[in-house]
Design a binder for this molecule. Structure first.
Ligand code: SF4
Length: 220
């Protein structure tokens, strides 16, 4: 049977192809965190959220995506996820030794009302954050915004760590927004061509478009 589509149907199909899907905020936060050297993204919510975010990024970039989760169960969903996050911070620094843990919230932890800055302060007070290591957090409830909002929220959390310096380093900071790793590479190349030294953050080039070497690197 020959299927005939009306002009309206054809326009709608084209619109579906042209307009990218809007997906949940934590995916953007996870993508941004992967653009920071030695950073492990951490999903503060259930294992299902983290698995979905990782698999979406893995499917798109064809790269293994490392991320940790607070693994909420019924108890955390009712009483809050502080204990899970404290345990996670301790485990992650002990086992995976990242320089930075970038925590993003999910629908569940936002609905419960978990207070990330308060949990980080407690983790620091209890000695769970080793000297020279950083934990940062972004609020990324998925019932507002999209993956692009989540990316921006995580970048804001990174920028909040900046400290004023007496001496200028002669570089320009470039904050690229959500573009692909190859676009980031190209922006850096163009800046180089006109003789500008830059610091790009986040920078996922070489992380999510790396060559297949056959060796696994947790923090490429
Ligand atoms: S529950 Fe919220 S954060 Fe988790 S996968 Fe669904 S939309 Fe995303």
């Amino acid at each position: 049977m020959l299927l005939q589509h009306t002009p309206k149907e054809i326009t709608e199909r084209k619109a579906l192809t042209i307009n990218p899907a809007k997906t949940c905020q934590p995916i953007g936060a996870m993508y941004a965190a992967l653009g920071i050297k030695g950073c492990l993204p951490h999903s503060h919510g259930s294992q299902g959220c983290c698995a979905y975010h990782r698999s979406t990024l893995t499917r798109h970039y064809k790269e293994p995506i490392s991320a940790a989760t607070s693994s909420f169960t019924e108890g955390a969903s009712v009483f809050g996820g502080q204990a899970n996050l404290m345990q996670a911070i301790d485990n992650i620094f002990t086992v995976y030794e990242p320089d930075v843990i970038a925590v993003h919230t999910t629908c569940l932890s936002e609905t419960i009302g978990d207070d990330l800055p308060q949990i980080f302060m407690k983790a620091e007070k209890d000695g769970k954050i080793p000297e020279g290591k950083t934990v940062l957090g972004a609020n990324t409830p998925s019932y507002v915004g999209s993956h692009v909002t989540g990316f921006s929220n995580m970048v804001k959390a990174m920028a909040a760590l900046a400290e004023p310096q007496e001496k200028k380093n002669g570089k320009i900071n470039i904050i690229p927004g959500w573009v692909e790793p190859s676009d980031m590479e190209e922006i850096k190349r163009l800046a180089g061509l006109i003789g500008i030294k830059t610091t790009m953050f986040p920078d996922t080039s070489g992380v999510l478009n790396g060559p297949l070497t056959g060796e696994y690197n947790m923090f490429p």
